[in-house]
Write a protein that binds this ligand. Sequence first.
Ligand SMILES: Cc1cc2nc3c(=O)[nH]c(=O)nc-3n(C[C@H](O)[C@H](O)[C@H](O)COP(=O)(O)OP(=O)(O)OC[C@H]3O[C@@H](n4cnc5c(N)ncnc54)[C@H](O)[C@@H]3O)c2cc1C
Length: 493
Amino acid sequence: MSSDVPYVVFERASTVKPLGSAMAVGPSLLPVFEQLGIYEEFLTISNPADELAYYEENTKNFQTADHRPLEKIAGYGLRIVSRPVQHALFLKQIPAHKIHFGHRVLNITEENEKVIIHLANSETFEGDIVVGADGAYSAVRQRMYEKLKAKGELPQSDMEDLPFGYTCLVGQTEVLGAEDFPIVEDPKCQFNLVLGRERPLTVVTFNTAQKTICWMVIHYLSTKTSKAAVEQRFRNSENSEWGAYPAQTMCDETRDFPVQLGDGKERTLGDLYDRTPQHLISKVMLEEKVFETWHYGRTVLLGDACHKIHPASGQGGVTAMHDAIALANLLYALPSSSSSDITQIFEEYRSERFPIVTQTFKDALFAKKTIDKGIGGRLTLYLFTHMPYWLWKKVKKRKRLLPHEIMDVPSRSNEKGAVSLEVVINKKVYAAVSLRASTSTPGAYVRLALQESLRTGQVVPIVADKDSSGRIVGLVAGTSVAFGGRSTYNVAI
Ligand SMILES: Cc1cc2nc3c(=O)[nH]c(=O)nc-3n(C[C@H](O)[C@H](O)[C@H](O)COP(=O)(O)OP(=O)(O)OC[C@H]3O[C@@H](n4cnc5c(N)ncnc54)[C@H](O)[C@@H]3O)c2cc1C
């Protein structure tokens, strides 16, 4: 939903290249897609992935993870979408004039309650805040950290490099014919993973709604190789990007590795490489780190710029989008563009997101274990794929993947004298609060009221009267209940 906050995007690439493999999107994002009005289209460009099948290198299926309980718990299943196709859907939502391609940010300064970005082409632009969503080797983060370091305020862990122990080759084939590749006719995504027996490789394949196959090849590095690769990265910063980094050597080394495409035929990665345009194959590093410092002055970070999560759990992009939602909600409620108000919402944003991101990071470490070689990996995989439904439910609840995880995304409908914020999932309203028009209500109170609404199944009207401790009072089933919090929703009709 549009928040009407004015913005401009500066992207250093001159165009969007259709790079990458596939993404898994599930209950923690689909309700948001629904609110954005892109859910129906998303269904047409993605395939449901009910299962994740694990194969040995001899392509014998030895374990299957059933994703269906997720739909039972949260109302939405897991879907697989080609990353470039998903990207195109997002891009369509942004008016073309808002994006400046070929604009690389080099530096950021602040003066007179404004922030100024300095571009490589010597242009400058001024605004109230800068959001650094510029990836794992974020220039915005680096400039911010230089300032904090000079003041002696940068934590030690933020001075350390991004560690990585894996590299990854990703790509997507051209459109394939069903005669040679029957899998492309399957309306469900066959999400297949082949674990290397001797070789330090894991290969994942997905058939897409566009009749292509997305694939990724994860290569486990030895520590020594990893150190060398870090040095290499500094010599050639192109490595860290999704760009079409020359990956021919890795293709040559792995083309005889078996893949499983569900029709019993013996195939190898070479069959996929030969059907993938070479300039659309990328080699990327899989860094892993959560940075401590997410904002300074009028600059704030989101996504890979402040946390890089291993893709085994498929949560890197999802987490970046959740950051954007949380930040957009707070910006919508920003009382003024004064430095103190901006610092307050940035702090609130960081305290809301940091614990969840840290948990997601830990979950990815667990998911990574399921593809590790050796007995520990196999045991974790066995536990993961044999988890009973009741335990799934418990774990999912603990990880807050249920609808209330994203329920502070407001939808607003104007009624006479009141505004309602609703959580709408599958066209059903799960929770709603009603606010008096022309009032300012702390955002955290609204979230608590939504939780109360979710629990009771009733709309919670918020009355602007404060109790003796200055808290906002809502009516729950006719009883006054006080809510507490910090940021503010300004409601104007
Ligand atoms: C193999 C693999 C599989 C993955 N699978 C999944 C998955 O299934 N699900 C999932 O949720 N996530 C997945 N991810 C992770 C996901 O792709 C990333 O987490 C996500 O793209 C991060 O988004 P971002 O916007 O923070 O950064 P990026 O996608 O890196 O975007 C940063 C942008 O900033 C631009 N930029 C950089 N520097 C500058 C500058 N100085 N000035 C202007 N622009 C600049 C870059 O060109 C780029 O366009 C996967 C990652 C990998 C490697």
